[in-house]
Design a protein around this ligand. Structure first.
Ligand code: NAP
Length: 273
């Protein structure tokens, strides 16, 4: 599609943003659907000015990444119920000048897990108690999973569990909780810290489904260990793609080409592909 004066513009805002795979993923999605549009990245340090710019320039849709996911909420016209429950916005939808904040991280995680297993009634251990843990825990719990939080700083797991009405435990008690699904939401294992494990390998039971939301590298040390032990694994690219797919569908009204989006991300992560 040629870029013309009326071509819709989409963007990701964050700081840093240069490493973001969202432009590659969303531009591939627009092309695969033969939709006009261009998706770019903006490093944003002055968030109110950036939101004013989105309004002034009529930017159609925006992904919001760290560190702006919470602060942006006060600057928008409307916040969706899910984003309000999670307490963070990862997507802005510009509906004729009205900026609405929504959150697709939770549904992205749920759909990623559902490629491998069902979650309703299953015992899920979530490692971490940060922003991603909050979105993932909320969505899985809402889908009927029995969720418990385990975090390096136990107090944070306890606080988040209390806020979301979930269980929590200390890392040393993880095995005793007998999780059927384990989700890593910590950055442990992320490049350049490749090789680090967020839990001892012995915690991984062959019957477990293990999902890592870290997507660089695509096969983290945790997923490699889980595969060796015979567990079913789900990589972080799945969540990245499904949260992006939900954004794309909200912005364009067109079914997201998830296979093309996944391929674009995999290619970007492995230049030799
Ligand atoms: P965050 O808010 O900073 O939370 C980080 C969490 O990880 C905290 O609970 C922290 O524990 C824990 N943690 C950090 N370093 C640790 C270490 N060395 N050992 C043990 N625990 C550690 O970060 P976030 O926004 O939740 O993001 C977490 C990860 O998810 C990042 O790698 C991000 O790239 C990834 N992510 C992926 C997707 C996707 O679509 N695949 C989406 C969102 C985020 P303490 O409380 O003890 O500090």
């Amino acid at each position: 599609m040629p870029i013309q004066a009326h071509t819709p513009v989409y963007a990701v805002i964050g700081d840093p943003v240069a490493h973001s795979l969202s432009p590659i993923m969303h531009n591939r999605a627009l092309a695969a659907c033969a939709l006009p549009g261009v998706y770019v990245g903006f490093r944003v340090t002055d968030l109110p000015a950036a939101i004013a710019g989105i309004r002034a320039l009529g930017i159609r849709g925006v992904s919001v990444t760290l560190p702006h996911k919470v602060a942006v909420m006060a600057l928008l016209d409307d916040i969706g119920d899910t984003a309000r429950a999670i307490g963070a916005v990862n997507t802005i939808v510009n509906d004729a000048g009205q900026l609405k904040g929504i959150n697709t991280d939770g549904i992205g995680a749920l759909k990623a897990l559902e490629t491998a297993t069902h979650v309703t009634g299953r015992r899920v251990a979530i490692l971490g108690a940060g922003g991603a843990a909050r979105a993932v825990a909320w969505a899985l719990s809402r889908a009927g999973a029995k969720v418990a939080l385990f975090n390096r700083t136990a107090d944070k797991a306890e606080t988040l569990a209390w806020q979301l009405n979930l269980q929590w435990g200390r890392m040393k008690d993880l095995s005793a909780w007998r999780a059927e699904i384990l989700v890593n939401t910590t950055p442990v294992g992320m490049a350049p810290g490749i090789g680090a494990l967020p839990v001892p390998e012995a915690v991984l039971d062959p019957a477990m489904v293990v999902m890592d939301i870290v997507y660089n590298p695509m096969e983290t040390a945790l997923l490699a260990a889980a595969r060796r032990r015979g567990c079913t694994t789900v990589d972080g690219v799945q969540m990245l793609v499904f949260q992006g797919a939900a954004q794309f569908e909200r912005w364009t009204g067109v079914a997201a080409p998830v296979t093309a989006m996944r391929l674009a991300v995999i290619e970007a992560l492995s230049p030799q592909f």
